[in-house]
Design a protein. Structure first.
Length: 374
């Protein structure tokens, strides 16, 4: 019997490749008409620009295995994510660094001075921050929090930052030097030919049948095991209720030349309805000068409805309790493993998805070699 993998994103593709290389037969399904899930990239027909169809994905990692793996299937070009932000009519650099602090407060502080200056503004009475807001106030104080985080976070997540976990803010550093690299990981890059080409290359292995445009629910075949990377609640027909997601709407527009001079411009004020504008040719700096026109996305975030593409797991208290019940159901379901962002309902960066899929495929192949049940 062959294996079935549901979903042709990184998790599914990596598992399919590992099984195929070990001599197994695999049916890989994806109901969308393309591989690569939300990392899907394709060239815009009008301008030729490589477009991240479901929003920008920048690869960064501290895991050498994930970095080596992605480099095996495509050329990764050097790329450093440097984000700009508009707040209260001015442009700043993100993540918050010495340039941001000095421009915002009109100061000329050096690193140690800035550290003291921000410490004096931070709310020292919050010793164990519980929410996003408490975490921000205890780290950077009210002025920077209001300017860069309060409005943006409300737009992004649709709830007050007092109701969000502190962990969301921990994704971003605060730097007391002029390093404006958005990420702190040692490896960072962009695939020369886009993410879709990387996934297609991973899937070039004998023994993998790829079927696009077909959902798992419509397949009538028995499998040795199913690796399911779709939404965990959907697998159980939402019988316990729906897990909440944020979805994104992109308002695409084409302009002449260079629209905003950079790849990502965040709009931190609550009065602006979108969270950011991304300009896709700047995600490929090695080829950006080739294009006389440019493709931009205005990005809006909202609660996902039943037919919307799920992006960000919300993971508030209610969802976490529901997730626990679905995980119990999943553990009690023999013959199926749940993987990836949707299968485990966690907000995973691409590198973590790759690392976890590689670790999972190691375990699966070990078990298969010993003739055991996965
Ligand atoms: N954030 C913000 N203002 C910004 C950028 C980020 O308030 O200009 C907040 C927002 O809540 C976001 C979180 O910081 O979800 C983490 O930022 P990151 O860039 O990692 O966002 P993501 O990758 O989740 O879009």
């Amino acid at each position: 019997m062959r294996y079935c993998i549901v979903g042709a994103g990184f998790s599914g593709a990596i598992m399919a490749r590992a099984l195929a290389e070990a001599g197994h037969k695999v049916l890989l399904l994806d109901e969308r008409p393309h591989v690569a899930g939300n990392c899907h990239t394709s060239r815009d027909g009008e301008t030729g620009v490589m477009v991240h169809r479901f929003g920008p994905h920048i690869f960064h990692t501290a895991d050498e295995r994930a970095w080596t793996y992605i480099n095996r299937f495509g050329v990764m070009k050097p790329y450093v994510n440097r984000v700009k932000a508009q707040s209260q009519g001015r442009i700043y650099s993100l993540p918050i660094n010495l340039m941001t602090i000095n421009q915002f407060f009109g100061t000329t502080l050096r690193p140690d001075e800035a550290r003291q200056f921000i410490a004096a503004r931070a709310d020292q009475s919050i010793t164990a921050p519980q929410s996003f807001e408490e975490q921000a106030l205890s780290m950077i104080g009210p002025e920077l929090y209001r300017a860069f985080f309060h409005g943006y976070t409300k737009k992004q997540w649709g709830v007050s930052p007092t109701e969000l976990p502190a962990s969301i803010l921990n994704r971003l550093p605060v730097r007391f030097n002029y390093d404006d690299n958005y990420f702190s990981h040692p490896w960072q890059g962009m695939p020369q030919d886009g993410y879709t080409a990387i996934i297609e290359n991973i899937l070039k292995a004998e023994g993998i049948e790829l079927r696009l445009g077909q959902s798992f629910e419509t397949v009538d075949e028995r499998f040795a095991h199913v690796f399911y990377t779709g939404p965990i609640d959907r697998y159980f027909s939402y019988s316990l209720g729906r897990l909440g997601y944020r979805t994104l709407d992109f308002e695409a527009f084409v302009a002449d030349g260079d629209y905003q001079g950079t790849a990502v411009m965040n709009y931190c004020d609550e009065t602006v309805p979108y969270t950011r504008i991304t300009e896709h040719k700047h995600f490929a700096p090695w080829e950006q000068d080739r294009f006389t026109r440019t493709v931009c996305f205005r990005e809006y975030s909202r609660q996902a409805g039943a037919d919307d593409v799920p992006y960000y797991p919300i993971r508030q208290v209610g969802e976490k309790a529901l997730l626990t019940r679905y995980i119990e159901r999943a553990r009690a379901t023999p013959g199926v493993s749940f993987m990836g962002r949707l299968g485990t309902y966690r907000y995973l960066d691409m590198d973590v998805t790759i690392s976890e899929a590689l670790a999972a495929s190691d375990r699966v192949l070990d078990i298969a070699r010993q003739g055991g049940v996965i």
